[in-house]
Design a protein around this ligand. Structure first.
Ligand code: DMJ
Length: 742
């Protein structure tokens, strides 16, 4: 059978037993969808997009000015109670550093200067506190490195990045080199995760873009080797057709348990496979092979289709019973549409030089899957009363699933169920991210229209009139919207950035010249020195021995180099809007990107290298400075609320904890603080606690999966030693007692 474009459709031949669609690696399961569920007007006056881009900038300023007024320098902002909170005593620059490159992108010069001054004068990593390795890497290290690159190679940011990374390196000192979940910043010591020392797979495998770029910049191989080792170790471990369980044990080097998903704790493992391949100019084929295998695994094990609209979705399985697909999908999975589009085009737009008609079958299959998943993610917004998506949906595959559901849980005619505890919205970026990739790569305006619809819903329901935007407890009923008093830093770093890029010029940050880390911080594509590629592409790379890369040597003026070693009074002129980003890109424009040729110029002169290198040596922090101080102050509980690639359950639980505080807010606002406290519990654990018929049904589903997990495979010593359900029970107890609830 062929569709209207004459493309082969493989769907009807595919067996659809047992609630899942079993396919070949180069095909995706079908049906006969010929167009979007919700078509939108194809053309608007181009000036409208400029105006809409400016609306996004206004949204950023509405957030930033409130943060500055109420919480300047604090890690996180609570826009209802108008205060800021820190994760460690003096904070780690979460909001400011995460926002730097969005500020640059939007051409906000005064804001950038203030933020940079804060980074230079206030940001201090020499603290007696523990931070999560992954979150700190993607947000703070990634934010610093991107700011360094985007702000004309400003050494203020590189210096902080080196100091931070050297502290984070302690996390890799484990029996296997697979890092612990956290690290003590002052002691530079890894701290095993709460889960009996278990780390999340996404966490340990989503550090690579940042640490590798730092190695490239500094010439110091140690960062590269540490993160490369993690992925190459995972490569040797047992996977299910490239799909990996979401927990990993740094002490044994084995996966723990059997849960497989592309949502929390799993997501960015897959994202970073293809992005590592692209980051180094497509030299390291090992990552592309791992990615291709994993996507084939997704097609084989995780795809399903909905009723009534035949939408494609990615579900969850246990590796011990892979035939039993759960139709649960986190909003986090919505990164995948964009990543598939990126992976099948290598970031080159589909046009006359790369027409889709010349795609290989695999490229076409991956790209189509990306398009379809992106549409499904858009439908997660469009089909709710508010136009906002829930954190988690259960896709409907047959009528039995919706029996007994309330209208709130399943809106008539919709393709998914939103259970009572899953209706929260944290202003997450993943769907907008995919819309951005699809727009850039196809030029199909429907993606911009869809993005605008989502933006309008955020404006309508999440905007706090007095400043900022807030997460929402439950998006299912327009008449019952309650704020949860948190503006996640990724709203500024990612969500607004992707909106801005979606409505802005396509020349900004070209996808074949930059890879965005999982926190939306763009890092340039580069060719590493040959010695870095010894394990993945021997003999490839550039033959150079310099310890600093040419980007540092071409820093705008000598004064910047001087700044590394001396006083730091400078005024970095930042790009103005898109045009300036083009300018920023032009500095990278020297890079010949996208081909297989060496990228960048040598241009190193010994003297320059020495000068900057000396500067880095001078960056050593005086540990004695605050010793006494640190001891006096009680350690602040680390409070990662974003579920993100990792720590989702913990974070949701912590939202529950926070909701106790919110109870006050709830009282003020007439909200259901207590109830929300329950809702905020971790998703898996909660499912076992939920009351009512709906909960029972889901419990059965979960239990079924858990039960399968219990079937420990012979010889899987780790799983046998620490059964997954035991880990989870322990977690609940530990985390609850951390919060003083037990
Ligand atoms: C961000 O911190 C990152 O995008 C991460 O990979 C996933 N979670 C949040 C956004 O939802």
């Amino acid at each position: 059978m062929e569709d209207e474009d004459g493309e082969d459709l493989v769907d009807e031949a595919i067996p659809q037993g047992n609630n899942r669609l079993h396919t070949q690696p180069d095909t995706i399961p079908g049906g006969t969808r010929t167009g979007p569920v919700s078509p939108l007007p194809p053309h608007v006056n181009p000036a409208i997009w400029e105006e809409r881009k400016n609306r996004v900038k206004a949204a950023f300023l509405h957030s930033w000015s409130a943060y500055k007024r109420d919480a300047w320098g604090k890690d996180e902002y609570h826009p209802i109670t108008k205060y800021g909170s820190n994760m460690i005593r003096k904070g780690q620059g979460f909001t400011i550093v995460d926002s730097l490159d969005t500020i640059l992108l939007m051409g906000l010069e005064a804001e950038f200067q203030e933020a940079k001054d804060w980074v230079r004068n206030e940001l201090d990593f020499d603290q007696d506190g523990e931070v999560n390795l992954f979150e700190t890497t993607i947000r703070v290290l990634g934010g610093l490195l991107s700011a360094y690159d985007q702000a004309g190679k400003d050494p203020v940011f590189l210096r902080k990045a080196v100091d931070l990374a050297d502290r984070l390196m302690g996390a890799f000192e484990t029996p296997t080199g697979i890092p612990y979940a956290s690290v003590h910043l002052r002691d530079r010591r890894g701290v095993p995760g709460h889960d009996r020392g278990i780390s999340s797979t996404a966490e340990v495998a989503s550090l690579q873009l940042e640490f590798k770029y730092l190695s490239y910049l500094t010439g110091d191989e140690k960062y590269w080797k540490a993160v490369e080792n993690v992925v190459l170790k995972i490569k040797e471990m047992d996977s299910l057709d490239g799909l990996v369980p979401i927990y990993i044990n740094p002490n044994t080097g084995h996966f723990q348990g059997g849960e497989i998903r592309l949502g929390s704790r799993g997501d960015s493992y897959y994202e970073y496979l293809i992005k590592q391949y692209l980051q180094t100019g497509k030299k390291e084929h090992v990552y592309k092979e791992m990615y291709d295998e994993a996507i084939a695994g997704v097609k084989k094990h995780l795809l399903g289709r909905t009723v009534p609209n035949n939408l494609l979705f990615v579900g969850e399985i246990s590796k011990y019973n892979p035939k039993n697909l759960s139709p649960k999908m986190d909003h986090l999975v919505c990164f995948l549409g964009g990543t598939l589009a990126l992976g099948s085009t290598n970031g080159h737009p589909i046009d006359s030089s790369q027409p889709r008609s010349r795609f290989s079958q695999l490229q076409e299959s991956d790209f189509k899957m990306g398009e379809e998943l992106t549409e499904s993610c858009y439908e997660m917004y469009r089909q709710t009363e508010t136009g906002l998506a829930a954190e988690i949906v259960y896709w409907v595959q047959n009528a039995d699933q919706i029996k007994g559901k309330t209208v709130q849980q399943h809106a008539p005619g919709s393709d998914f169920i939103i259970n009572d505890r899953d209706g929260h919205n944290w202003l997450r970026p993943e769907t907008v991210e995919s819309l951005f990739y699809l727009w850039r790569l196809t030029g199909d305006e429907k993606y911009r229209h869809w993005g605008w619809k989502i933006f309008e819903a955020i404006e309508k329901y999440s905007k706090v009139p007095t400043g900022g935007y807030s997460s929402i407890h439950d998006i299912r009923q327009a008449s019952n919207i309650n704020f949860s008093d948190k503006m996640e830093t990724f709203f500024l770093a990612e969500t607004l950035k992707y909106f801005y890029l979606l409505f802005g010029s396509n020349d900004v940050l070209p996808l074949d010249e930059y890879v965005f880390n999982t926190e939306a911080h763009p890092l340039p594509v580069f060719v590493p020195p040959t010695r870095f590629l010894a394990r993945t592409a021997p003999g490839v790379g550039e033959e150079r021995n310099g310890v600093m890369d040419e980007d540092v040597d071409v820093a705008p003026e000598d004064e910047d180099d001087a700044e590394v070693v001396g006083e730091e009074e400078d005024e970095t002129t930042i790009p103005q809007g898109d045009e300036d980003d083009e300018e920023g890109a032009q500095s990278e424009g020297e890079l010949e990107v996208g081909g297989d040729e060496a990228i960048g110029e040598e241009g190193e002169e010994d003297g320059e290298v020495d000068q900057v290198d000396q500067g880095l040596e001078d960056l050593a922090v005086d540990d004695s400075e605050e010793d006494g101080e640190g001891e006096e102050v009680a350690e602040v509980e680390v409070d990662y609320e974003d579920g993100s690639g990792a720590g989702e359950e913990e974070e949701e639980e912590e939202e529950g904890g926070e909701d106790e505080q919110d109870g006050e807010e709830g009282e003020q606002d007439g909200e259901e603080g207590e109830l929300d406290g329950e809702e905020g519990e971790g998703e898996e654990e909660e499912e076992e606690e939920e009351e009512g018929e709906e909960a029972e049904e889901e419990e059965e589903e979960e239990e079924e999966m858990d039960g399968e997990d219990d079937e420990i495979e012979p010889g899987d010593a780790d799983d046998a030693d620490v059964p997954e359900e035991a880990i989870e029970e322990d977690n609940v107890e530990e985390r609850d007692s951390d919060r003083g609830l037990l």
